[in-house]
Design a protein around this ligand. Structure first.
Ligand SMILES: NC(=O)c1ccc[n+]([C@@H]2O[C@H](COP(=O)([O-])OP(=O)(O)OC[C@H]3O[C@@H](n4cnc5c(N)ncnc54)[C@H](O)[C@@H]3O)[C@@H](O)[C@H]2O)c1
Length: 317
């Protein structure tokens, strides 16, 4: 059913989460009608409290493992816990969220002829043998480990997206998101940026796993949201998958030292054993995103860290 409103109606699943809340905000700025759907497993109302009261924002408590009947023009499917301690808490539910969630949202997109974007992940590359990772690399993923509920769930979701595209001619977009950070990250979900910042602000030891020589790339959330919106706006012929992330590469020790310098903390670094299947290197090749979306990240790590530190400082009091 078409609406008489000229505003685009956009569904964001996982909209009360870290990335989802920033995306809802940006879509509202661009005059969309935003429907935020979340089961509040890891998302919190505080993330979107400032949007409640906006006539063009609607919040619905719903679990995407169940079908959803709404009328929308575009769907951003972000619902899924993203941090290991969250997705390993109930691994069966994690796989269900990725797989049943994808089936339900694709079914919805098919029924209402909406365009649909999947928030996939660099974890589909597993512990990569190719560096930096390009989209044509099929990955090196353990199918039976503790991280598999997330990695394989996301891989299966990608499969479903492409099968709906081929079989039902759905307009799909698949984003492979690399480490993203910024305000509204969970303070204690074990992810490295929030972990380091919270430990530094509290003056607690900063935990480094292994020797701290493993590298990661970090994309500031505003850059990522910009890329997601550009991806959704690409012509129907472009489906992705497309890597979205910041190719700047830092070791864990380098990141810890930056956080110490920017917070002025005197915390010491402590070293613990590496968790299972922890990749040694992660860095996106973003050539495709640059060509197809005209996008590259603009916010340097120091600036993004400063903004994130300000957020946690205010939050931690
Ligand atoms: N943050 C990153 O670095 C990163 C990297 C790669 C991919 N991603 C992907 O981006 C998306 C958002 O990640 P995030 O970092 O904002 O995580 P997040 O945990 O903050 O957000 C996920 C949101 O999904 C909701 N959710 C979980 N299961 C649900 C369900 N069954 N039904 C409805 N809602 C559900 C949560 O309550 C939460 O609000 C995820 O799909 C994640 O896999 C994130």
């Amino acid at each position: 059913m078409r609406s008489y409103s000229v505003r685009k109606r956009v569904l964001v699943t996982g909209g009360a989460g870290f990335i989802g809340s920033h995306l809802c905000e940006r879509l509202l700025e661009q005059d969309a009608d935003v429907l935020c759907v979340d089961n509040f497993f890891t998302g919190v109302k505080d993330n979107i409290a400032h949007l409640i009261g906006n006539a063009h924002f609607e919040l619905m408590r719903h679990d995407v493992t169940f079908p959803l009947y709404v009328e929308v023009d575009e769907i951003y499917n972000l619902a899924c816990p993203a941090a290991p301690i969250h997705y390993q808490f109930d691994p069966v539910q994690t796989t269900k969220t990725s797989v049943h969630g994808a089936i339900n949202m694709l079914g919805l997109a098919k029924r209402v002829k909406a365009k649909i974007l999947q928030a996939s992940t660099s974890e589909v590359y597993g512990d990569p043998k190719v560096h930096p990772q390009t989209e044509d690399y099929w990955g090196n993923v353990n199918p039976i480990g503790f991280r598999s509920c997330y990695d394989e769930g996301k891989r299966c979701a990608e499969t479903l997206f492409f099968d709906y595209h081929r079989q039902h001619k759905l307009r799909i977009k698949v984003a492979r998101i690399f480490n993203t950070y910024g305000p509204r990250m969970h303070p204690n979900d074990g992810r490295v940026v929030s972990n380091f910042i919270v430990q530094a602000l509290k003056g607690e030891p900063i935990t480094i796993y292994g020797k701290g020589s493993q590298t990661r790339s970090f994309c500031y959330v505003d850059d990522l949201v910009d890329a997601l919106i550009r991806l959704m706006a690409t012509p129907d012929g472009f489906t992705g998958p497309v890597n979205l992330g910041n190719p700047g590469e830092f070791t864990m020790v380098e990141l810890a030292k930056k956080v110490l310098a920017l917070t002025g903390s005197k915390s010491e670094l402590v070293y613990k054993p590496l968790p299972e299947d922890d990749p040694m290197q992660r860095k996106p090749d973003i050539g495709l995103a640059a060509r197809e979306l005209g996008w590259k990240p603009t916010i340097p790590l120091d600036d993004g860290l400063r903004r994130t530190i300000d957020y946690f400082r205010a939050r931690e009091g």
